[in-house]
Design a protein around this ligand. Structure first.
Ligand code: ZN
Length: 460
């Protein structure tokens, strides 16, 4: 996909010191802020290094805003003059995932070098998501330096452990809640751009803004058995029973639905849809609801928007030899839940479709987050800021199949939006995030920062 033809107004904010923006980000990448489930393994000195750089790099923020470290989280408040306006919040996380051992040679430059070369900034965290952390800081600094009068209070919040537990954002969300604060909108990472072909609108580019996060559940399925000689499988084997259970679950998914966000997305795309069968379906979404659901379900880009997915991921080893029946066998199926399905409902459903002798347990689970309102000031303004710099992208409300920090602010905000404004080739994004040779295109970095400045400038 040639994404750079989508760029417009790259000459704006021409007096921004773009070189400095890149150098700042390179410095943040050099802080190895890897987070681990076990906090004992996390090297917090790297977070301290990052904090020190941030405090040095933004003199106007440090002078005019309230800067706080809560644990290793950063919360910055730029007070607005109009207390009748609900604050806006811009978030990103400080932590990154580790580099997979033995993949270092797949990197053009060492993963934490922050090398600026060939039009890119290289390094772990450049795409996920220190670019956004730096971008929000550069934007706020730029506006403060230019004497922008903040009417709406702005918060910048950078959590410490999004990649593992989201406890940092939870702490900050609860802290703000305890102060009685309610937010107008939150802007966070994620979302994606893609060709409109899956919507019967080939050639147009769609920007999906995640308005909620799907739920997550690892359920274990255990088939008990004593084992024995495999010549006498009178009752079958535990492995066979477990296989039956897995196919019962994957073959009997919870019913698919057409959520409101999908209806609104289709409505927004209607003028661009040129291909059947969606061309007919979008004329009357209610009448063709079942057909639309069926269409989504057989489409690899859309199926997970209308249903809870089930992915069998783990199984214990079987017997020690081919002629021995195994004892207890256990498998894990990973589910991603739509908001209509709760963990409780999923558990009951699984127990109903598998043999009653199969034990079904929860390993870990969390319900889907609450869908944010996309018919809102925040969504409208975000789309308008993005469209100023990417006029050809059609932005639609969508869902995040993965988790991020935003759900921890839903308790104080009805409009949490997930979209990373660094528009570069989707293939580079997919291979770089949590993968090898992660790198952010400098032109995308600058254009993303322009959208951030504009969003803050126009709404705050
Ligand atoms: Zn991230």
């Amino acid at each position: 996909m040639d994404v750079y033809r989508l760029y417009e107004n790259e000459n704006e904010y021409a007096d921004m010191d773009w070189e400095k923006c890149a150098e700042h980000l390179a410095g943040y990448i050099r802080c190895v802020t890897v987070s681990y489930i076990d906090p004992e393994k996390t090297d917090y000195r790297e977070f301290d290094k990052l904090h020190e750089l941030i405090r040095q790099n933004y003199p106007h923020i440090m002078k005019k805003a309230e800067y706080q470290e809560i644990g290793h989280n950063i919360l910055i408040k730029i007070p607005g003059t109009d207390s009748s306006l609900k604050p806006a919040m811009f978030i990103a996380h400080q932590d990154v995932v580790p580099v997979t051992p033995n993949t270092e040679k797949e990197w053009t430059y060492p993963p934490y070098s922050g090398e600026i070369a060939d039009g890119f900034i290289f390094g772990r965290g450049s795409l996920d998501i220190k670019g956004m952390l730096a971008g929000f800081l550069e934007s706020a600094e730029y506006l403060l330096a230019h004497g922008h009068l903040f009417r709406r209070t702005v918060y910048l919040a950078f959590g410490e452990d999004e990649e593992v537990k989201n406890t940092g954002s939870k702490t900050m969300g609860q802290y703000l809640k305890s102060q009685g604060i309610e937010l107008e909108y939150v802007w966070d990472e994620s979302g994606r751009i893609r060709d409109g072909a899956c919507y019967g609108a080939p050639g147009i580019v769609i920007g999906e803004i995640g308005m909620y996060e799907k739920g997550y559940a690892d359920l274990s399925f255990t088939a008990h058995a004593a084992g024995g000689h495999s010549s006498m499988p009178f009752y079958g084997t535990s492995l066979g029973k477990l296989a039956d259970a897995i196919s019962a679950v994957t073959g009997n998914p919870l019913p698919a639905v057409l959520p409101q966000s999908c209806r609104d997305a289709l409505r927004a795309l209607k003028p661009y849809i040129t291909e059947e069968p969606l061309l007919t379906y979008v004329q009357d979404i209610d009448t063709y609801r079942e057909e639309i659901i069926a269409y989504y379900r057989q489409n690899k880009d859309l199926f997970n928007l209308v249903q809870t997915t089930a992915a069998p991921t783990m199984i214990t080893e079987g017997a020690a030899a081919g002629n021995v029946m195994p004892g207890d066998m256990r498998a894990v199926i990973n589910f991603r839940l739509i908001p209509e399905d709760t963990v409780e409902k999923l558990l009951a459903h699984c127990r109903e479709v598998v043999d009653p002798k199969i034990e079904v347990d929860t390993v870990q689970a969390i319900n889907a987050s609450k869908p944010g309102n996309h018919k809102s000031y925040g969504f409208e303004q975000l789309v308008s800021s993005l469209n100023h710099f990417f006029p050809e992208i059609r932005f639609i409300p969508s869902a995040n199949a993965t988790s991020t920090d935003s759900h921890n602010y839903e308790c104080i905000c009805g409009c949490c939006m997930r979209f990373t404004p660094f528009v570069q080739e989707p293939e580079l994004i997919d291979s770089g995030i949590h993968g090898s040779d992660e790198r952010l295109f400098l032109r995308a970095y600058k254009q993303g920062i322009r959208t951030m400045i504009r969003m803050i400038e126009t709404t705050c």
